[in-house]
Design a binder for this molecule. Structure first.
Ligand code: 13P
Length: 337
């Protein structure tokens, strides 16, 4: 038994508790800047803090959200009233999580492909974040699809990094969210997405085993099996649910307690409808808890409404709560569009 075994199992279960999902609010400053700039919101540390406080301060958000993934800047910040944002989360009944990867960088020798960095010094960073109250973590690998990619190089180096990260998290008391995102960008068919996701998950679980990651103390955050964003033929909601569940069943051991999907650029409504169909049509085939860990598909209506203007905060919070509620309903197969 490792030092944190009981705690890790309890945390993983709480993260995917029935009727709840995770809120990803760990956009790096670069990603956050892109989203703010689109709306003309000043890209400042103060606006980011206000926005993150808006999210965490949404009344009763814990009805539907088990935990929130924070970015390094946010986990160190306090509200306008001087309360650390981590304490606000805990007081509201949500588990604080932390993004540990340092972003996807160009993979040498592999044009168009990326490798996620952040392993150096990770043990020490995990210890610091645990002290600050984090109880789970996230690391995102990105896999792009094109006629000739992904390469085995890309799949293997990314899976290896995910597994090294996950093993260090378990040693240090954080439940690792293992996130291999197969990107929606491109005109590929859903069959091609299936093939790439299948291969990605095979390589990821091989590396997790090789690095002695305990599968009952982690959460998988996969992308759904989708038609490429610019593919002329878009798969139906039912086909997405069917192929996603088949791919997961073929690759994810039943010892994994939970799967929490990313939204990956799907529209809000599609991300919710797909999760709902997975439960209504194929729920009996899923041995794991299956829920959401969305960023854009939960936050976007709130961000659009807030628009950087604090007079809009209450309505923005209402919209955030509504998206969380609809996704929580979908996680139980009870979403009604
Ligand atoms: P999206 O739901 O916007 O894809 O974000 C999830 C996430 O955490 C990406 O790493």
């Amino acid at each position: 038994m490792g030092t944190y075994d009981r705690e890790l199992i309890a945390t993983a279960r709480a993260m995917v508790a029935p009727g709840k999902g995770l809120l990803a609010m760990d956009e790096s400053n670069g990603t956050c800047a892109k989203r703010f700039e689109k709306l003309g919101i000043p890209v400042t540390i103060e606006r980011r803090r206000t926005y993150r406080e808006l999210i965490i301060g949404t009344p009763n958000l814990a009805d539907y959200i088990s935990g929130a993934i924070l970015y390094d800047e946010t986990i160190r910040q306090s509200s306008q009233a001087g309360v650390p944002l981590v304490k606000m989360l805990e007081a509201a009944g949500m588990i604080p999580g932390i993004k540990l990867d340092l972003g996807a960088k160009d993979l040498p020798g592999c044009p168009g492909e990326k490798v996620t960095e952040g392993l150096d010094g990770l043990r020490e960073r995990i210890a610091e974040y645990y002290q600050m109250g984090a109880r789970f973590a996230k690391w995102r690998a990105v896999i792009a699809i094109d006629a000739s990619i992904p390469s085995d190089t890309c799949l293997i180096v990314n899976a290896h990094a995910l597994a090294r990260y996950a093993a260090l998290c378990q040693e240090g008391g954080l439940v690792p969210i293992v996130e291999p995102e197969v990107l929606i960008d491109g005109d590929h068919s859903i069959e091609r997405c299936y093939e790439v996701t299948d291969r990605t998950l095979q390589v990821v679980f091989a590396q997790l085993r090789l690095n002695r990651v305990e599968l009952d103390k982690m959460i998988l955050k996969p992308s759904m099996v989708l038609s490429g964003e610019s593919c002329s033929e878009q798969a139906s909601v039912d086909l997405v649910a069917q192929m996603t569940v088949r791919c997961l069943r073929d690759n994810v051991p039943t010892s994994v307690p939970g799967i929490a999907f990313l939204s990956g650029g799907q529209s809000n409504e599609r991300a919710t409808a797909h999760l709902n169909a997975i439960h209504t049509q194929y729920g009996s085939e899923c041995p794991w808890a299956v829920t959401f860990s969305y960023a854009r598909a939960i936050q976007q209506p709130a961000l659009d409404h807030w628009h950087g203007d604090d007079a809009n905060i209450p309505e923005a919070q209402r919209r955030l709560y509504q998206r969380a509620k609809l996704n929580a309903a979908a996680s139980m197969g009870q979403y009604m569009p």
